[in-house]
Design a protein around this ligand. Structure first.
Ligand code: NAD
Length: 479
């Protein structure tokens, strides 16, 4: 046991309440470590530390800030293997996915370092009256609240634009995956990030998260998590007139037309649904396939799913690990049990907890494919954050789009076709913040990411994310 501590004002600290939470490996039930169960006082202390550090950090040059983040990215790359093992142990994902995520963390940091000199104001001549100019300033203390599915990558999405633009930050990790976040934060300190610029407070969302959102000194909240939690965060933030970015749930549709490359579409659906055990906001959560190719497509997909090897992410050749936590596991089991009981679909493969000693202590569930799903089924009407994929046959693109849009969410969507008109129509009519053509799931630091409708407000990644962390002041001068 290392007994990891929170990081506040550059120091490793216990919680004021002297309580701890155990972090468990979801594949084995093994105890990994314990972290402090933070309190409201801890959250307030972290905000004070970030507040004290703000003016010095804001007055460093963007190049100095970039130098530190570059160094941190370098250390992360050197320690990639060790960090990936830690991530797999607390999150459950296969090691190759964990390595990709750690690399993604370094990529995002480096991308924003490259933008360090790019944010500045504008000069605006005003006809016969003078001119105006605009100045961009960091906001002050920001807070980031993140989930457990991609803890390293989402941390990078939030801290990189915030820090490079001169803000200080308090980050609250998810309760089940704080260890990678704490380790990454200590790497940033090692790279030279001054004390108090980035603070990490572990603990329950209702306590630490809400305290951060309500604190008057916090100017901005960047939240990633469930839509229900996001609504609560938005409500609390509104009374303090704080800026928010909300990256919330999704129920992404994948549309497979009759002219699609079926092999590629099958591979896309497998990766799109079962990567990270289906626990990705933009995972393929509903599959709509043209009737004329449905039989062939489903057969190929079923065979692909049967080939997926489920197991402990630390073991070689594992394609899919366990769900991350008991709550999520219970949810998936209950959903499938209800589907069977109400006869709301035909399970083609999967649908059970795998048997055997390798699985007996973890939160495993078989990758599952369900056909002939009734429209009332929870599978089509809730965000299913796990390895269960419903497939629906449709007669044409109109029906596919109508059904795909029949949700409160609007995060991502993909269309699989070689026909440019179908692709264009899909892009125009699908309600989603990000649309993929003949692929699904791909993200990149330079590409804006975020949802519409109840999938959220605001964008992360890309140069525009910087504006979210900068105040724009206008100065008008008469000549
Ligand atoms: P969650 O909403 O339960 O928790 C997210 C974070 O919020 C955690 O750190 C949690 O402790 C904290 N929290 C909980 N209650 C809070 C409160 N009242 N006030 C402030 N903070 C609170 O979500 P989760 O189960 O950790 O993550 C899964 C969800 O995240 C899914 O819905 C998924 O789609 C979504 N997600 C969205 C994106 C995106 O970019 N749109 C990315 C990843 C995950």
């Amino acid at each position: 046991m290392i007994n990891m501590k929170m990081q506040i004002g550059g120091k490793a600290v216990e919680a004021c309440g002297c309580e701890f939470s155990d972090i468990i490996n979801p594949a084995t039930g093994e105890f990994i470590d314990r972290v402090p169960r933070g309190t409201e006082e801890d959250a307030a202390m972290a905000v004070e530390a970030a507040w004290s550090a703000f003016s010095d950090w804001a007055s460093t040059s963007p190049q100095q800030r970039a130098g530190i983040l570059y160094r941190a990215a370098g250390i992360v790359r050197e320690r990639k293997d060790e960090l990936a093992v830690l991530l797999t142990r607390e999150q459950g994902k296969p090691l190759t996915e964990a390595k990709n995520e750690i690399e993604g963390f370094a990529n995002v940091l480096e991308y924003y370092c490259g933008l360090a000199s790019s944010f500045h104001g504008d000069f605006i001549p005003i006809h016969q009256s003078g001119y105006a100019f605009t100045v961009k300033k960091p906001l002050g203390v920001c807070s980031a609240i993140i989930p457990w599915n991609m803890p390293a990558l989402i941390m990078a999405w939030k801290i990189s634009p915030a820090l490079i633009s001169g803000n200080t930050l308090v980050l609250k990790p998810a309760s089940s995956t704080p260890l990678t976040n704490l380790t990454l934060s200590s790497i940033l300190s090692e790279a030279g990030l001054p004390a108090g610029v980035l603070n990490i407070v572990t603990g329950p969302g209702e306590v630490v998260g809400e305290s951060l959102v309500k604190n008057r000194k916090v100017k901005r909240i960047s939240f990633t998590g469930e839509t229900g939690t996001g609504k609560r965060v938005a409500e609390l933030a509104a009374s303090g007139m704080k800026r928010v970015t909300l990256e919330l749930g999704g129920s992404d549709p994948m549309l497979v037309c009759d002219d699609a490359n079926l092999e590629a579409a099958v591979a896309g659906a497998l990766r799109g649904r079962f990567y990270n055990c289906g626990q990705i906001c933009t995972a393929v959560k509903r599959l709509f396939v043209f009737e004329s190719v449905a039989e062939e497509f489903i057969k190929k997909l079923e065979a692909g799913i049967r080939n997926l090897r489920v197991g402990n992410g630390l073991h070689e050749d594992v394609d899919m690990g366990p769900l991350n936590n008991r709550r999520q596991w219970e949810y998936i089991k209950e959903l499938v049990a209800e589907l069977k009981e109400k006869e709301e679909g035909r399970i083609l493969t999967g649908g059970r907890v795998p048997e055997g000693s390798d699985y007996s202590k973890g939160y495993f569930f078989e990758p599952t494919l369900v056909a002939d799903v009734s429209e009332e089924s929870r599978l089509l009407n809730e965000e299913v954050f796990g390895p269960v994929l419903p497939v629906v046959r449709v007669k044409d693109l109109d029906e596919a789009i109508e059904k795909a849009n029949n949700t409160c969410y609007g995060l991502g969507a993909s269309i699989w076709t070689k026909n440019i008109d179908r692709a264009r129509i899909g892009c125009e009519r699908l309600n989603a913040g990000i649309i993929w053509l003949n692929q699904h799931l791909k993200v990149a630091p330079e590409v804006p990411f975020g949802g519409t409708r109840e999938s959220g407000i605001g964008k992360e990644n890309g140069p525009d994310a910087l504006s979210e962390y900068l105040d724009l002041k206008t100065v008008m001068l008469k000549t």
